[in-house]
Write a protein of this length. Structure first.
Length: 285
């Protein structure tokens, strides 16, 4: 794994709040989902993660339930309860989850629900069950997080927009590696920026192919379409299946490459993330 120094390339004076909007915690011996694309061979503990945040002067983190754990969110929830001022969570849930359970999760620090649909059948988000579930998310001001290749995003985005909830799209929108910013699905994502209710994570460009120039071009188009008000950054720690390509420091440094303007980075890392993820203004112990 590449080595990086512990210092952050971002000025904490310019951005006193620095939010990592996408990371995972798990233990390798935890029960795994029956349908999965990956099984971990190592642990990624909250203590490990918080140590990286401290080393890189990152003030807050958002833990996202990994797909291989399915709806077993207990480990993530325990981390949120142990660090309520510093961490927020995005869980995986059955769409039948009712208001009572959602309210308890909200109290625990959950701010969204993830649909990791890579390799999965596409759900009909216009179906009554899903529209009802999305309405319950909207009532809590949670977001729906979508992880799917760009080509399949348009119907998912449109159905979620009809429900009125906020939407967060993972990993640049997952444009095709051979097309990058020319992917029609990516172009459709850019068009949905006008809705005012879609955010995109600048994270894990390595999941979209090895071309750094393509990642830079996609980031530029996302910044033009969405502005720093609806982009967030995520480390994607611990970089599952791509550990040899990145570590925490290289993931953080990539944002400077994607967003050269320091004021825009400060907005992405600070105010935008704080509002989307319901975070306090400053870190507390």
């Amino acid at each position: 794994m590449p080595h990086s120094p512990p210092s952050s390339p971002l000025s904490t004076a310019a951005a006193p709040m620095v939010v990592d909007g996408h990371a995972h915690v798990f233990l390798k011996d935890m029960p795994l989902a029956g349908t999965r694309r990956y099984a971990p061979s190592h642990d990624a503990t909250p203590a490990d993660y918080l140590g990286l945040l401290d080393a890189h002067r990152v003030t807050h983190g958002v833990l996202v339930q990994p797909s291989f754990l399915g709806t077993g969110n207990d480990y993530l929830l325990a981390a949120l309860r142990a660090h309520p001022q510093r961490l927020r969570g995005v869980v995986m849930l059955d769409p039948q989850t009712d208001e009572v359970e959602l309210a308890a999760l909200n109290t625990a620090g959950v701010v969204g629900v993830r649909l990791n649909l890579v390799g999965q059948p596409l759900p009909d988000l216009d179906a009554p069950q899903w529209q009802g579930f999305l309405a319950r998310l909207k009532a809590l001001d949670w977001h729906l997080e979508l992880h799917r290749q760009a080509a399949d995003l348009p119907p998912l985005l449109d159905a979620a927009l009809r429900a009125g909830c906020r939407i967060v799209v993972d990993h640049f929108g997952r444009p095709d590696a051979g097309q990058a910013q020319a992917d029609p699905g990516f172009a459709a994502l850019l068009q949905r920026a006008a809705s005012g209710r879609v955010w995109v994570k600048l994270s894990a460009a390595y999941r979209n192919g090895p071309d750094a120039n393509a990642a830079r071009a996609c980031a530029s188009q996302l910044l033009t379409a969405f502005g720093p008000e609806r982009l967030v950054w995520g480390s994607d720690w611990p970089h599952t299946q791509h550990e040899q390509l990145a570590d925490y420091g290289t993931s953080l440094a990539a944002l400077t490459d994607w967003v050269p303007d320091a004021a825009q980075r400060a907005r992405i890392l600070g105010a935008t993330a704080a509002e989307l993820f319901h975070l306090p203004a400053f870190p507390q112990s």
